[in-house]
Design a protein around this ligand. Sequence first.
Ligand SMILES: CC(C)(COP(=O)(O)OP(=O)(O)OC[C@H]1O[C@@H](n2cnc3c(N)ncnc32)[C@H](O)[C@@H]1OP(=O)(O)O)[C@@H](O)C(=O)NCCC(=O)NCCS
Length: 258
Amino acid sequence: MLNPQLFPLEVDPQTGEPFLRLRHHKSIILTPARWDDAKQLLEYMNDPRLCVWLNSPPFPYLPEHAESWLGRMIGPSRDILQELEEAKEVAELKTVEDCPVHIIREVMDDGTQKLIGNAHMFRYKNGELVLSDGSWTVDWAGKAKREEENGSRKAGDPEIIWSFGDWLAPSHHNQGIMTDAVETLLHDWGVPRMGVRHMIAAAFEGNMASVKTFTKNGFDMVYTSKNHFEVKGKMQGLHVLEWKAAENLDLISFNFRP
Ligand SMILES: CC(C)(COP(=O)(O)OP(=O)(O)OC[C@H]1O[C@@H](n2cnc3c(N)ncnc32)[C@H](O)[C@@H]1OP(=O)(O)O)[C@@H](O)C(=O)NCCC(=O)NCCS
């Protein structure tokens, strides 16, 4: 029987792997990362159409980078799923720290799956960008302290600032997939299962495709920090996009589960 604590995840009857189907693109699902994703990660993370817009992945992206990243993704997903397994007799849905499914896969007509991207919520990593007396400003000196404070809040604390990172295979760009992934992850897992109430996303200046995936999901572009930092030898500005849950957030319909 399906563990009710996985709600609204479904489980693949053949592999037992949980997944979340996108709200609008029904042939696209989010699953945990798998060790055999390394080959495709290498291809995507070395693709100039993707890597020039990404801060964290090194370039050139080597097999050891893929292995290390997969380790950092697979462990936490497994831990969250274990936590939910241990709570399976608990009536109330548990609030957890992370979303165990984040790799975007297209389910093909023959049932095989193709890795096409990643979309991940995590605690805010741009603590240098701060709202002070109503204006956004950059304060590098206070970055570590702010990120430490944000990181030390307990799972489910509505004061946590979350962020969102993503990329999608160029073959699938401009079909509304990431807009759908942001909507699905935020509203079907982030808000109800992680207690996400405040999110600040960042995109390199000029990355209008990324900006649009957020603004179409109710984020406001609140600030642009020009020449914010050097990434892979090039100065980049940052667009800052903010989302806050409505005060009267209604979770009743979500909690009506089978
Ligand atoms: C950003 C990214 C994830 C968007 O994914 P996607 O599935 O193609 O996005 P969507 O199709 O949902 O939405 C993109 C929107 O931007 C628009 N867009 C695309 N390129 C644009 C550009 N150069 N200028 C303005 N708008 C642009 C599209 O028309 C679409 O808007 P519309 O639906 O109103 O027509 C994808 O482009 C990507 O992987 N880019 C490289 C990596 C990256 O930038 N990651 C994000 C880091 S912050």
